[in-house]
Design a protein around this ligand. Sequence first.
Ligand code: GAL
Length: 770
Amino acid sequence: MIFLKFLLSFLCFLLVGSCAYATIVSHDGRAITIDGHRRVLLSGSIHYPRSTPEMWPDLIKKGREGGLDAIETYVFWNAHEPTRRQYDFSGNLDLIRFLKTIQDQGLYGVLRIGPYVCAEWNYGGFPVWLHNMPGMEFRTTNTAFMNEMQNFTTMIVDMVKKEKLFASQGGSIILAQIENEYGNVIGSYGEAGKAYIQWCANMAQSLDVGVPWIMCQQDDAPQPMLNTCNGWYCDNFEPNNPNTPKMWTENWTGWFKNWGSKDPHRTTEDVAFAVARFFQRGGTFQNYYMYHGGTNFDRTAGGPYITTTYDYDAPLDEFGNLNQPKYGHLKQLHDVLHSMEKTLTHGNISTTDFGNFASATVYTTEEGSSCFFGNVNETSDATINFNGTSYVVPAWSVSILPDCKTETYNTAKINTQTSVMVKKPNEAEDEPVTLKWSWRPENVDNVLLKGKGESTMSQLFDQKIVSNDQSDYLWYMTTVNLKEQDPVLSKNMSLRINSTAHVLHAFVNGEHIGNYRADSGKFHYVFEQDAKFNPGANVISLLSITVGLPNYGAFFETVPAGITGPVFIIGRNGDETVVKDLSAHKWNYKTGLSGFDNQLFSSESPSTWSGESAPLGNEPVVVDLLGLGKGTAWINGNNIGRYWPAFLSSVDEGDNTLVLFEEIGGNPSLVNFRTVTVGSVCANVYEKNVLELSCNGKPISAIKFASFGNPGGNCGSFEKGTCEANKDAMDILTDECVGKEMCFIDVSTEKFGAPECGDAIRRLAVEAIC
Ligand code: GAL
């Protein structure tokens, strides 16, 4: 085979100068096959717009070093086609450059075109202009929708083909995806839903990409689409066709974050358990969603209320640092699974049930066998007697024995270091302790006093329709002329607004009468505030703010945004209440704020606008917005996202300008730049393993704790146990690690001595300072 390929490429070279040969990607019921070889494929999601092109080679390289075979990404329609038929593939939207970076690193690509993507991305990746086309309905047999979806999908496929990036053309993309989890909502679309998914399949197939198409969460995926699973665990999943391999497109390594909620966390042990269990039960393709989550720059966060950070507790953190022990523990798992590729993809599978949720699965080929011992009991350990030996399998864990004799991996036993990240103040000598700030107010005279907008309509409209989602901000303004005798004029007057604005600021005659923030999930509300109206002209100015449009659910595009009304002026004269409905009034609309229109955020903004120098070095930089309220932030003119009240970014060396738009009020004196780096590393490693300690490219400066025996406690609070080896572990570690960027410690009795710890398996606990 290799010789044939060599011959082909040689002939190719002679005839055309150079050319790549096609890789045949196919599948059978067992696995994806690449050039006829069944493969165990480990893949990880990295979304190109959530990092910068400068970060891509490093992120993908770390993926490869972490044992991945493939990188998966969605394609983000609304980012690429912000205005109908006007495309943008610049900067971090350079899809082709990203795909080529994957190829350059020798990895495969999985291209999830969607173009509905969900992904906690604004409007699930659909452009808002699409919604505003006449007669439009999303994700169903609507001709206008299907035309646009086909247009975009074809364009992406053509771009990728032109660069010869599909494996069928000699490139690295082995799989493509159409739609996304439509099976979760298909029921709401009735017969049209079934016809639509059939149309999606036909349309995708007609594009002739030469690699298999997948559909995730689609039990009734029409052939030849491969249906795949998404979820926390997919070991129970069975594809709808015996000729489809068992594939898992989204193993959620953590979760996304909403404003005001805690940082999500999924334990390393549980992610590893889910993966090992999937392979125990016949899986052969698994993708981490996310492997690197990254950042929702600008207004890309969906929602409502998805944060700017999309860290996801993924194996690589938001900045691209290794999230340890998750990264390392999974890397070890990948190495073990790869070592068993042949047996996993060709072996006969037989499973013995030991009761109490314990089972042993043996994969057998003529050459040998590999075993998985699974214990799905959440609380009690299991003892499995296998071929005359007994093995303890901790609760909720899977042990892997590549030769069915020696356990080389257990999902619950972490032998990888934990890295504790710290945010350090900038160390540059010329950095002032606090930043100097200059500011300019938003010019609101025209909107507050004159109610002047850009368009006028005698109706309250959905914010998406008026603004095409060009901004988070939309002013709704009306002027109400009240005659002296108008019965509504009274002492106790108020303004009542039925609203779906995520945040609302209300003004009457230039006076701020109040604001409101909708709680998550409670986006329909009535806002009522006392207000003073006078005989004559009264200007009502309402600023409606969206914080990310919905991205999930059947018909999510129809969820209203903004001030949907009705809006009333209420007057109270004694017992009598007089209500004046303003809904059909003449409303003036203005999209965006004047500071945005005038590009006050650009680096070339007036000289009165000065930033301060940023930290030196190349560690990721965090801008801590302590003391601020809610708004938008720019670094050197690039919109790095919403803050509410904190945000993150990376900054170039040299002069950098930080511009903030603050909409509630706050005190910037506490804002500061800090770098993110590894502060200390810890490990608690079982005997007979090799511990790798690393400070991410910096030397290890000291060993704070080390003990071999049965140490207790956790990282930062380790304590010696009741048994300890006679050799001084602190000395050994200090000798072998301090001053080095990385050291490998053989965790064994030969090295440390043999403490008598009874039944307990001996462990080495270490805490090192970076
Ligand atoms: C899935 C979806 C992904 C993402 C994920 C949650 O249902 O396919 O795009 O939204 O949930 O992070």
